[in-house]
Design a protein around this ligand. Structure first.
Ligand code: ADP
Ligand code: MG
Length: 700
């Protein structure tokens, strides 16, 4: 950046804070927005009496008192054609904002009085304060992110310098791809995104640069997949062994078609020596767990080991109680490990894993502790995978060699987004639910109407059914940062804040529990579940709830993920506006699991129309895929699930829903290109290879 004139230390620091470190960063410091002033007319040519936009430099600013407590500000504006006055009544503060030398755009009706042209109370926009020697320009003006270290005007100037300095840069995209997708030339794109000559040119420029963003990300993800698959996995897994066969008889139900297809896809992967990298995507209640069980059993049949990691202890415990009986029956040795496993038990498990006697282990992130070692880890299953940081997932995977990798998510996402986040994974999808009969009705209630929800609980309990009440997240309202910026913390920390209940949340949940058990449901058994309960107690509470000994379970969001109690039919979510749509959808998926329909009540005291609008979407739609799309439309793109994983990739332009076509195309082309030239070593790809290396150097 030193090649740019006037780059002082302070301004460099300001730029760095904007994430700009190189010339290349500068040209990709795209405008936040544009002011479109339309056609600018030279001052002298504006017909008198007509509305017009003029652009000029302020010559002087005068404050004229005309009567007591009445002032006029008179700004003299000049351009190459002439001058006019801009007058403002009783806006004394303007005198502080407008000063001689500034470039202004003024929109208003041009009048003529006392021999001078004048606009009375026009709408004005100060273009840039420091750029006193720039040529007046009109039309669409870029507005950049700036800060106390570097002003808007300097950003603009530096960007322009950088555009000049980089104008001979070659287009990295092979010409035939550009033609095929009708993409603009890169130099044109960079210039036009900063200085659009029309909205149409802006659109073309944005499309081209968005394509480049996705293309780079896809190349990166696909190459990562290549290198993962280059690791030898040793032997293939036997997918037709004794336990797998035995499961057919042991299961009380038949797999749905989607489940069968997913099992086949997974088995096909496991039967190869190339490690599997697969994502199993399916809405809540679609039956992913039993699909994963097939993979666990096949691994055990092959005499090797499998680990299944869940983000919460409650969920790990649930695996143990759901899948454990099958494993026992099929004579597969298994264990469950979490941070609250007692020391003696833990030592036993560790030695069983190290010797290879234990074939299947369920657990939380306790599984990634350094002293947990495996004799022959061949399969890793990660549930609710977005709850883990990349490093945590990798840590488990690296406990074996060329480990097969299956991740699962119940947060359904549009395919375009899946490509962005999981371009390096193959995707299996379960779309249908095993029990399509059960329906969930969702109702939004004002806080004053909470009694309606409690009545529904009473009615359910009277029918012998059960209910959940989910307490609000205190101090952690669902909100994306107003500037759309990335949060400062990494995914690991995120996991902790998300899964350790806040002190305040705990207190609130306890209070709510006391209140509900004593005042609202004195005749029922009301249980309490939080993440801070000791494991044994958690297990007890879950067992009691499962067994029907607890009628109403008051909980913090620990139940969000994966809990499965078919007899629970009512869920009340307090302060629902504090949760994201997908999260609410997951929560309500806990009811209506059995053959009985479910009811969800979203209670909110919010006045915000936006928040209410968001919640009403849930009343109308019960399709997770629909919701995910709607959620995406509403939320800040930067905050979209998982994109954070690519925080370094800094997706500036691409928008997951809107740019679906671009994403699909970039994914396809990146795959095709790597097929032909896996190392990007052909001369035709030299520029691309260089740029790719530069951009992705610090992404891992
Ligand atoms: P999720 O995909 O949300 O993890 P689960 O795996 O917990 O869903 O399954 C939800 C419930 O559906 C469980 O009680 C499970 O036993 C049951 N289930 C799974 N597959 C079938 C099937 N093919 N037929 C009937 N019930 C099924
Ligand atoms: Mg699940």
């Amino acid at each position: 950046m030193q090649v740019i004139p006037y780059v002082s230390a302070g301004r460099i620091e300001g730029l760095n804070r904007l994430g700009v470190f190189t010339l290349y960063d500068l040209i990709r410091h795209y405008p936040q927005r544009y002011n479109d002033f339309g056609d600018v007319t030279p001052i002298a040519l504006v017909p008198i009496g007509e509305k017009a936009t003029v652009l000029g430099r302020v010559y002087e600013v005068k404050v004229k008192p005309i009567r007591p407590r009445m002032t006029i500000i008179e700004v003299t504006l000049t351009d190459d054609s002439g001058m006019c006055y801009l007058s403002f009544f009783n806006q004394p503060w303007l005198a502080k904002q407008v000063a001689a030398g500034m470039m202004l755009v003024s929109q208003g009706i041009m009048e003529h009085n006392y021999g001078f042209r004048r606009m009375s109370s026009p709408v004005i926009t100060v273009l840039d304060k420091d750029q006193s020697d720039s040529a007046p320009s009109a039309g669409i003006q870029p507005v950049y992110a700036a800060n106390s270290g570097i002003s808007q005007g300097w950003v603009k100037r530096f960007v322009n310098e950088a555009l000049q300095k980089t104008k001979d840069m070659l287009d990295p995209l092979p010409a035939h791809l550009r033609l095929k997708h009708g993409l603009a030339d890169r130099r044109f794109a960079f210039w036009q995104i900063h200085h659009p000559s029309s909205m149409e040119d802006y659109r073309k420029a944005r499309e081209r640069l968005a394509f480049d963003e996705v293309f780079t990300l896809q190349l990166y993800l696909l190459r990562r997949k290549q290198s993962n698959q280059a690791m030898p996995s040793g032997q293939a897994i036997n997918v037709q062994g004794k336990a797998v066969q035995g499961l057919l008889e042991a299961l009380p139900f038949k797999l749905t078609n989607d489940q069968q297809k997913a099992v086949q896809e997974i088995f096909a992967d496991l039967a190869r020596t190339v490690p599997m990298s697969r994502l199993l995507m399916g809405d809540v209640g679609s039956g992913k767990t039993v699909v994963a069980l097939h993979a666990l059993l096949a691994t055990a049949d092959s005499g090797r080991q499998a680990a299944m990691m869940a983000p919460t202890e409650v969920l790990a415990i649930q695996y143990a109680s759901q899948l454990g009986p099958y494993l026992d029956r099929l004579q597969v040795r298994w264990a469950m490990l979490s941070s609250s496993t007692g020391n003696i038990e833990r030592q036993g498990i560790l030695s069983g894993l190290a010797s290879g006697e234990i074939k299947v282990v369920f657990g939380t992130h306790a599984l990634i502790e350094p002293d947990v070692g495996f004799a022959d880890l061949a399969l890793v299953v990660i549930d609710e995978q977005h709850r883990f940081g990349v490093n945590q997932r990798e840590a488990l995977r690296l406990k074996g060699q060329g480990v097969h990798y299956l991740t699962m998510t119940a947060t359904p996402i549009p395919r375009s987004q899946a490509l962005m986040i999981y371009g390096d994974l193959d995707v299996s999808e379960i779309r249908s639910r095993p029990r399509a009969m059960a329906q969930i009705t969702t109702r939004l209630l004002d806080r004053q109407q909470v009694g309606v929800a409690y009545d529904a609980i009473r009615a359910a309990v009277a029918r012998g059914e059960q209910a959940y009440i989910v307490c609000p997240l205190i101090g952690q309202a669902y909100e994306s940062p107003p500037d759309g910026s990335e949060p400062d913390h990494g995914p690991e920390e995120e996991l902790l804040t998300e899964y350790m209940d806040h002190e305040e949340n705990l207190r609130a949940a306890k209070q709510e529990h006391d209140f509900l058990s004593q005042q609202v449901f004195p005749e029922n058994r009301v249980g309490l579940m939080t993440s801070k309960l000791p494991a044994a107690e958690k297990r007890q509470v879950m067992e009691d709830f499962r067994a029907g000994l607890i009628n109403v379970l008051v909980s913090t969001t620990v139940i969000e993920v994966g809990v499965d109690v078919p007899n629970a039919t009512v869920m009340v979510i307090l302060d629902a506006d504090r949760f994201g749509l997908s999260q609410l959808h997951q929560l309500r998926g806990r009811v209506g699991r059995g053959d009985k329909d479910g009811e969800a009540y979203l209670v909110s005291g919010t006045n915000s129309e936006d928040a209410l609008k968001r919640l009403r979407i849930l009343e109308k739609s019960s399709n997770g895929f629909d919701l995910a799309e709607q959620d995406l439309m509403i939320r800040q793109e930067g905050d979209v699930l998982g994109i954070r994983q690519h925080g370094k990739a800094r997706l500036r332009l691409v928008q997951v829903v809107r740019d679906r076509k671009i994403i699909e195309a970039a994914n396809k082309e990146a795959a095709a290109l790597l097929d032909r030239d896996p190392g990007l070593s052909e001369p035709e790809h030299a520029v691309l290879a260089w740029e790719f290396k530069m951009l992705t150097a610090d992404w891992d």
